[in-house]
Design a protein around this ligand. Structure first.
Ligand SMILES: NC(=O)c1ccc[n+]([C@@H]2O[C@H](COP(=O)([O-])OP(=O)(O)OC[C@H]3O[C@@H](n4cnc5c(N)ncnc54)[C@H](OP(=O)(O)O)[C@@H]3O)[C@@H](O)[C@H]2O)c1
Length: 271
């Protein structure tokens, strides 16, 4: 696995194994995204409500990279008309298509079947290559599939050694849904954890690199956010070492369903 590596989506298309998050990537977003692309990031995750879309689009253009070599993920909100919202996201990004468009979170009183149909139409018209969900439980994903026959390519959820779900992992593997791990660095809150620090000393890597590598070796796709260039570069330094099975297990076992967002992660309800 290297910077160019991809995971296969159920549609047959490929997605990079690692992406840059852009929530609060507000300190000169365009320059930070351009720098990240030059450093080697190939996937960028954004959303209409992050305020980073114009800068993300600008950074992509300034990078001079071919659009096809960049994987762009953005989201529609649960209260929006998904088809119209997809067009609005693209207008703000000044791009003609997204690679992956997600339902940001399930609406309160349904699994978002209508939103899903709007995204299916956007996909069929070429506005996005693939479609998926975020913050969905197993039950909510099953309801979407039952209603439409269309399985999400991705479920983007909060995911780190401190908070993850075996049941969600198994379900997604069975259904060929790729898990994108958000807040993979625990928003910095658990980087000082003693067990993580010990493993970092043992492997001569940083805690952030271990959290990212843990995802890569388990087939989940981390989206670390870093505004600072040193962080961006550090978080790419994850392709020249391998954790042993015991080290992966040791990391996995710190799970306590912990959430950096302070709210219950979506997967807990699903088990
Ligand atoms: N779908 C959803 O509902 C949802 C929810 C939350 C997040 N997300 C996505 O997932 C992305 C990542 O999650 P997140 O932003 O919540 O948190 P995160 O990636 O876990 O943590 C980001 C924080 O860690 C710091 N950091 C980055 N690299 C570091 C390193 N090597 N050493 C020490 N600190 C480091 C960053 O600092 P600097 O920025 O100062 O470098 C920033 O403060 C978001 O940006 C967003 O794209 C999606």
């Amino acid at each position: 696995v290297n910077l160019e590596s991809t995971v296969r989506l159920r549609s047959g298309r490929q997605m990079p194994v690692l992406g840059l998050g852009t929530w609060e990537l507000t300190k000169d977003t365009a320059a930070a995204v351009e720098t990240a692309l030059h450093a080697g990031y190939r996937m960028i995750d954004t959303s209409g409500d992050y305020g980073t879309q114009p800068g993300v689009g600008e950074g992509i253009r300034r990078s001079g990279l071919a659009r096809d070599s960049i994987y762009l993920v953005t989201k529609v909100e649960e209260y929006e008309n998904a088809y119209d919202a997809t067009r609005e996201r693209l207008d703000e990004l000044r791009l003609d298509h997204a690679d992956l468009m997600l339902i940001h979170r399930p609406p309160r009183h349904s699994a978002g079947e209508q939103i899903w149909e709007g995204l299916m139409r956007a996909r069929d018209e070429g506005l996005t290559r693939d479609i998926g969900v975020s913050n969905y439980t197993i039950d909510e994903i099953e309801r979407l599939i039952d209603a439409t026959g269309e399985t999400p390519a991705v479920n983007q959820i909060e995911w780190s050694p401190f908070g993850w779900s075996e049941q969600m992992l198994d379900f997604c593997r069975q259904r060929e849904i790729v898990i994108q791990a958000y807040s993979p660095l625990t928003r910095g809150e658990r980087l000082g954890d003693e067990r993580l620090q010990r493993l970092a000393r043992e492997t001569a890597r940083t805690p952030a690199q271990l959290l990212i590598r843990w995802n890569l070796q388990r087939g989940t796709v981390p989206l670390p956010k870093a505004n600072q260039n040193e962080h961006q570069v550090e978080n790419l330094g994850v392709f020249d070492f391998e954790l042993s099975d015991q080290q992966i297990d040791a990391l996995s076992s710190v799970n306590q369903r912990w959430s950096a967002l302070g709210s219950t992660p979506a997967y807990v309800e699903g088990g």
